[in-house]
Design a protein around this ligand. Structure first.
Ligand code: LAN
Length: 658
């Protein structure tokens, strides 16, 4: 494996065999629903929160689950004793504190062999008092940190007039849906009872006696390990003002604010079938309903949906970044199968995938949507399932493209009206800068990012236009109009033009595009190149030619491409030692959009993929290729199954000169 490759591409029949073997793997892994699902783990702050919430609410974890969670946490401990923000990251105080607490809550003794190095790492880095703010907040919920040491999150912010630039309704939906329940928990100072384990943990976590800790002095303290994003002077000033407010907050206004927030929470629960938009809000809502009404319907419904977020893998049980990635995975898989030219012989697989995608399209807006700060949903596709229901720009685009790609191969292609709904939503979502954001049009000013209090996640305050989302929407609009030229013809043409201009403006001086949701320049460049080409850029457009040259310059000696997640934070290309099948596939898919001259880089990339495929049709495990908010890597299990056959098929056609 990873031998330097010959100069030429493998023989055509060898490529065909590789594609067949990869499709056999996909066929084997398709679920009866028609979907592909996969491990969506990676971040290490989620499972400990799950364990803590289960304990605080009395949700029992069976023995097998406990031991598999323990196994996962132990397997992800770094050699220095700590835990990273994600499984490949150096240790953070945030996750080390939380993972330590979780292991103890799972029944591990303080004298276990993993525990002393963890405590030593923690105390050498300032202990929990130096954690990123979300870590302190969670410890406070567990009664392991005083609320006096937290930066205030007053629920009254939700009562600001809607036009206020700082109104939470203007924030990126993931940020506001984390701070929404946080403000309730903070407003009520909700925390778990101080049982014997809590007392023991207070002694284990802190250098000084818990009662003697100067919480006020430690406010705003963050270890260097947890400081990816500087907390600005403006944020500190606002925290000071909010602390003053906290001391004077009137009970009536607080009651009103808490009631407002709880109503928002209730509606989000109903809109998402108690899944919630993401893992943190899910856990916080569960805690809240347990405190509001432990015997009520809402808490029971939350408890029932909690395991949906767990993934059981060979490395143990983890909490995923979303309850599933099924729509996203299935939309890509469907497009990949069609791209290989094998849809006619894989009819059942394609038909089932299409049925799944068809069923996940959201067909109605959420009730009373403006009151709940929701945009339109009708016609969109979510990342996981229709039950979750939050539609996303690029998931909608991939949904459209998958449906268009499979249409000639299925008995019941998506109805034209349903495609129109999706296209209308995409048109509605375009930002003034010509780009597309993730879930909503950008609602807040850019300077709001200055108030990001997280210290370990970048770009969380507002929903920005992204290269990938924009490119995906361009591909979908362009592809749609070739097959349905008469629906909103002029608006589509104008949207494509503006989107293409946005992409061109985002090309960097080194001719790459920076990705935000995959690692990193390979991912961004693949999206941008295919988006621009779909928008009408010529094969020899300088933007395309230069981008291809950038990719060629980063091809590794083994013929593959590979980038490390560190490059996302550093905002520069950080190569891996050996090629990666996923990144090699993205690079190949981009290069195949370039000028049609014989390209030895493509031949070598194809050879890399063929040589590294195992006898069972799979490619070996590799570094995580997904990312969010610049710092946290996340695992897309199906990428390594879907992208290599897709890229091989496109590149093989290219090598054959067709
Ligand atoms: C996701 C998952 C899907 C992902 C894509 C659709 C792949 C992307 O193209 C757009 C952004 C999106 C929707 C996305 C955004 C950030 C998410 C929701 C996640 C990476 C999954 C988990 C992450 C979420 C923010 C985790 C919780 C942490 C916070 C900082 C709030």
């Amino acid at each position: 494996m990873n031998r330097p490759t010959r100069a030429g591409a493998p023989a055509p029949h060898a490529i065909e065999r590789a594609i067949d073997a990869a499709l056999e793997v996909l066929a084997h892994e398709q679920r009866p629903t028609g979907a592909w699902a996969g491990d969506y783990g990676g971040p290490l702050f989620l499972l400990p929160m799950y364990v803590g919430v289960a304990r605080a609410t009395g949700i029992a974890l069976d023995d097998a689950t406990r031991s598999d969670m323990t196994r996962y946490l132990l397997a992800t401990q770094n050699d220095d004793g700590g835990w990273g923000l994600h499984v490949e990251a150096p240790s953070y105080v945030f996750t080390t504190s939380l993972c330590y607490v979780a292991l103890r809550q799972l029944g591990e003794p303080a004298g276990a062999t993993w525990a002393a190095p963890a405590r030593a790492w923690l105390s050498a880095h300032g202990g929990p008092l130096a954690s990123a703010s979300w870590g302190k907040f969670f410890l406070a919920l567990m009664n392991l940190h005083d609320f006096a040491g937290l930066d205030p999150v007053p629920p009254e912010l939700w009562l600001l007039p809607r036009w206020a630039p700082m109104h939470p309704g203007r924030m990126w939906c993931h940020c506001r849906m984390v701070y929404l329940p946080m403000s309730f928990l903070y407003g009520r100072r909700l925390c778990a009872p101080a049982d014997p384990l809590v007392h023991a943990l207070r002694d284990e976590l802190y250098a000084e006696p818990y009662a003697a800790i100067d919480w006020a002095a430690a406010r705003g303290r963050v270890a260097a390990t947890d400081s990816d994003v500087a907390v600005s002077a403006a944020t500190s000033a606002i925290h000071t003002a909010l602390r003053w407010y906290e001391r004077h907050a009137g009970a009536t206004l607080r009651r009103r604010a808490l009631a407002f927030v709880l109503d928002q929470i209730r509606q989000e629960d109903e809109n998402t079938g108690y899944i919630c938009i993401g893992p943190i809000s899910k856990l916080f809502h569960t805690l809240i309903w347990h405190s509001v009404d432990p015997h009520g319907r809402a808490f029971a419904a939350h408890a029932a949906q909690l395991p949906a977020y767990l993934w059981r893998g060979p490395d143990g049980v983890k909490m995923q970044g979303y309850e599933s990635s099924e729509l996203w995975d299935t939309a890509f898989a469907a497009q990949a199968i069609v791209a290989t030219g094998r849809a006619p012989t894989r009819r059942a697989m394609v038909q089932a995938a299409h049925r799944f995608i068809d069923r996940q399209q959201v067909l109605a807006d959420v009730p009373d949507r403006e009151r709940y700060f929701r945009g339109p949903s009708r016609g969109g596709w979510p990342f996981s399932s229709r039950t979750h229901g939050w539609p996303i720009t690029d998931c909608t685009a991939e949904g459209i493209m998958a449906c268009l790609a499979v249409a000639p191969h299925v008995t019941d292609p998506l109805l034209p009206r349903r495609l129109e709904l999706a296209i209308d939503l995409i048109l509605d979502w375009q930002n003034d800068d010509g780009g597309w954001a993730t879930y909503e049009r950008t609602r807040g000013p850019r300077w709001l990012e200055q108030l990001n209090p997280s210290s370990c996640f970048a770009d969380i305050m507002i929903d920005y236009s992204y290269v990938e989302c924009t490119a995906a929407c361009l591909r979908a609009l362009a592809r749609y109009r070739t097959q349905h030229p008469h629906h909103r013809e002029r608006e589509i043409a104008a949207a494509i033009d503006r989107g293409a201009r946005f992409l061109r403006a985002r090309q960097r001086d080194d001719h790459a595009w920076e990705g935000s949701w995959g690692v990193c320049f390979t991912y961004g460049t693949w999206f941008a190149v295919t988006g621009l080409r779909a928008a009408g850029a010529a094969l020899d457009d300088p933007a395309i030619v230069n981008a291809c040259a950038f990719l060629r310059a980063h091809q590794l000696a083994d013929g593959g491409w590979g980038e490390r997640v560190e490059g996302c934070r550093a905002r520069s290309y950080v190569p891996t030692e050996h090629g990666h099948a996923v990144m090699t596939s993205w690079a190949l898919l981009a290069l195949c959009e370039g000028p049609p001259t014989a390209d030895p880089a493509i031949a070598r990339g194809v050879a890399f993929l063929c040589e590294n495929q195992r006898a069972d049709g799979r490619w070996p495990d590799e570094h995580l290729s997904g990312v969010f908010n610049k710092t946290c890597a996340i695992h897309y299990d199906n990428y390594v199954k879907v992208f290599p056959p897709w890229a091989l098929a496109i590149a093989a056609r290219r090598c054959a000169g067709s």
